[in-house]
Design a protein around this ligand. Structure first.
Ligand SMILES: C[S@@+](CC[C@H](N)C(=O)[O-])C[C@H]1O[C@@H](n2cnc3c(N)ncnc32)[C@H](O)[C@@H]1O
Length: 205
């Protein structure tokens, strides 16, 4: 991980995605979570105070040591289910197959470099009937916005720690063999290349 990704980006993401304004956007992605939840790209822990009471344990996967430190600080300030850092890479989860009731991803599927490997891992660790729940920015349905996303993506990848603009979480989930049960698409205020959102649930058959 580069110095910029390790030391600067966690603060940038904390400000842009981790503030109060984003709580209503995040909350629907966590609705209905229960049991053992694997959270990929835990970041600075912006979801820590938002887990439903039915969540028994969170297994966090996050490569940035700085983000982990910031998350530990947040954990000390609010109540939450037991949270354990278990791995550094969503593409290689050190977890048993069929061990998780759910996987949570908020603004992370855009960033994981080997996304197909990560999706396979997500499917592997989910119990049958378990679900990937997500809220992510991604590819717009508007062809003009899509064209701008394709043009700007190389720059975004450089300044956003590998963040892609043209991934579609529901499409990734289907390609990995999950059944997309629901997906809400909406656009937040701001540049559409960055604010086209999908919030959904995809179940392992
Ligand atoms: C845009 S941030 C989102 C953080 C947090 N989930 C949130 O909702 O604000 C993307 C996160 O993915 C993490 N990440 C990058 N590569 C990863 C990988 N291979 N596996 C898991 N997480 C990764 C980054 O360190 C960063 O914390």
């Amino acid at each position: 991980m580069s110095w910029y990704s390790e030391h600067v980006l966690p603060h940038v993401v904390n400000i842009t995605c981790g503030g109060r304004a984003m709580v209503p956007v995040r909350k629907p992605a966590l609705a209905g979570l229960r049991g053992v939840v694997v959270e990929v790209g835990f970041g600075t822990g912006p979801n820590i105070g938002l887990y439903p009471p039915e969540v028994e344990r969170v297994l966090a996967v996050e490569p940035s040591a700085r983000a982990q430190e910031m998350a530990q600080k947040r954990m000390s300030m609010m109540s939450h289910p037991p949270i354990e850092f278990v791995g550094l890479d969503g593409a290689s989860l050190p977890l048993a197959s069929e061990s998780a009731d759910a996987v949570l991803s908020t603004f992370t599927l855009c960033t994981i470099p080997d996304i197909d490997a990560a999706m396979s891992e997500i499917v592997r660790v989910l119990k049958p009937g378990g679900a990937l729940q997500f809220v992510e920015h991604g590819r717009s349905e508007d062809p003009k916005v899509q064209a701008r996303q394709r043009r700007f993506e190389p720059i975004q990848k450089r300044i956003g720690g590998g963040c892609h603009l043209t991934r579609d979480p529901a499409e990734l989930a289907e390609r990995a063999g999950l059944k997309v049960e629901k997906v809400d698409r909406f656009v937040l205020r701001g540049p559409k290349i960055l604010t086209t959102m999908s919030c959904g649930r995809a179940v392992r058959p």
